[in-house]
Ligand binder design. Structure first.
Ligand code: DLL
Length: 433
């Protein structure tokens, strides 16, 4: 087994907890002293930094949410002077102001270190040629992966997102061995490759490191098959650091969270009660080493389960299951929770269906209903009407039995659903308009 930093990744749990407690205390002291918004929240909750004496004491601290970032827009949650902030990123808010995050020089070093660790966990090394097709810019995907890949000593192709034909050409000409992008973009690249008459055998691609959006196990199988690679899931969010918070190892059975830098909890998103390992809920993260923007109990809105079962790879860090979805992406239809990833899993098991789909939610009168647009393959589309109708009926039946609500399925022409070069848009909720 190859590790980037064996000592930290395979650390004995007791030592890890000592380290986490020391770092947690430091972080709490720092935010209390330097970030008025935190001091105010702690004071309101009647908590002083001295009250944190064991790891479980973290549960006493108030949560931080996206609203706190918005209310303190742009820089008021920073815990260091602007003269020490060397990078600013921001995640595009779909509504209102974006979320702004800052990094000190040490934060950037930590991030590169974590990304180098993540890339190693997915099998990359200094001989790898990494084509980084996450978007460069304010989004943390591009630069986050970039610096980690350089730290690893790999040869990095900073191709960013877009211009897909050129991406495929670069992949072939430069002998790319590792592709990093969103899973939906990887799938689109495979489609364009096919159109260009290029097969996986024409490439040297061995692995893909995909994240920034939810993707199902069936989507993984589809991508691995289409590109003939091993596909790994990488998780992260701007507020915490960016990509590299958690990564799969070669066993692909959960993502190891870098616990020497992040303290993870799972809570019930409604009651906010802390849940034990093994119970699904919302992931809450406290940063332990961040300087510019420390986060105390940040509510990620991402739903997952944590497991402490030992992993065959030897890493001791807790694993989170593949994220089922964000609570924000979940649509509630007549009381039933539906995630796009659930629809994706059903669709990908049906022959003749391409992995492009869209959930459209609308309200008629007082009743919500779900329409699922599903792209069919060329072959099926040019078939007789009866066959299309049969396929539509089959998809409807499978979706209704998996989701437990009635669904209207609309089969749409090949290539009519918008392809994604970054995070795919899977839901249109017309109820809010
Ligand atoms: O998406 C950081 C990132 C870049 C992660 C590249 C991985 C690879 P944000 O734009 O702030 O940051 O979005 C963070 O994306 O809260 C999740 O809802 C979602 N997300 C990220 N990774 C995964 C994943 C980046 N592997 C939000 N599976 C997070 C499911 C993911 N959802």
């Amino acid at each position: 087994m190859t590790y980037w930093d064996r000592e930290k990744e395979c650390i004995n749990r007791e030592h890890l907890q000592d380290l986490q407690l020391r770092r947690l205390k430091e972080t709490v002291y720092r935010v209390y002293a330097f970030v008025p918004a935190y001091k105010e929240k702690f004071d309101q909750a009647g908590i002083k930094p001295d009250d944190i004496n064991k790891l479980e004491d973290v549960h006493k601290l108030p949560f931080t949410t996206k609203a706190d970032l918005r209310n303190n827009y742009p820089f008021n949650l920073f815990a260091i002077p602007m003269s020490d902030v060397v990078r600013i990123h921001s995640s595009s808010g779909t509504t209102g102001k974006p979320t702004v995050v800052g990094y000190s020089r040490k934060d950037l070093d930590t991030w590169s270190e974590l990304m180098a660790r993540a890339l190693t966990s997915a099998g990359a090394d200094r001989y790898s040629v990494i084509q980084n097709s996450y978007g460069y810019g304010l989004f943390t995907g591009g630069l986050g992966v970039h610096y980690g890949a350089e730290k690893l000593g790999a040869s990095v192709i900073p191709s960013s997102g877009g211009n897909t034909k050129r991406q495929v050409m670069l992949m072939q000409d430069f002998g790319t061995t590792v592709l990093t992008c969103t899973p939906s973009y990887a799938l689109f690249m495979a489609e364009v490759m096919g159109e260009m008459g290029i097969t996986p055998q024409d490439l040297k691609l061995k692995a893909g490191i995909f994240g920034a959006e939810p993707w199902s196990e069936d989507m993984r199988a589809k991508i691995e098959e289409a590109l003939q690679i091993q596909a790994f899931d990488i998780y992260g969010l701007s507020e915490i650091i960016g990509p590299g918070v958690a990564i799969e190892c070669k066993y692909k059975n959960g993502l190891h969270i870098a616990e020497d830098h992040f303290l993870a909890e799972i809570i019930d998103p409604v009651t906010e009660e802390v849940l034990p390992y093994g119970t699904p809920g919302e992931l809450v993260i406290t940063t332990l080493t961040k300087e510019a923007l420390p986060m105390i109990r940040y509510r990620t809105r991402d739903l997952t389960t944590l497991t402490m079962e030992p992993c065959a790879c030897g890493r001791t860090h807790v694993r989170m299951q593949k994220v089922l979805g964000r609570s924000d992406d979940m649509v509630i239809i007549r009381g039933v929770n539906v995630f796009p990833s659930m629809v994706e899993s059903v669709l990908l098991k049906i022959k003749g269906v391409s992995p492009y789909y869209l959930l459209v939610v609308d309200r008629k009168g007082n009743l919500d209903f779900l329409e699922v647009h599903v792209e069919v393959s060329e072959e099926i589309f040019s078939d007789e009407i009866r066959k299309l109708e049969e396929l539509g009926a089959l998809i409807t039946k499978e979706l209704e039995s998996a989701l437990g609500i009635s669904v209207k399925v609309r089969l749409v022409e090949p290539k009519s659903i918008e392809r994604s070069e970054g995070k795919a848009k899977r839901v249109i909720d017309k109820r809010k308009i």
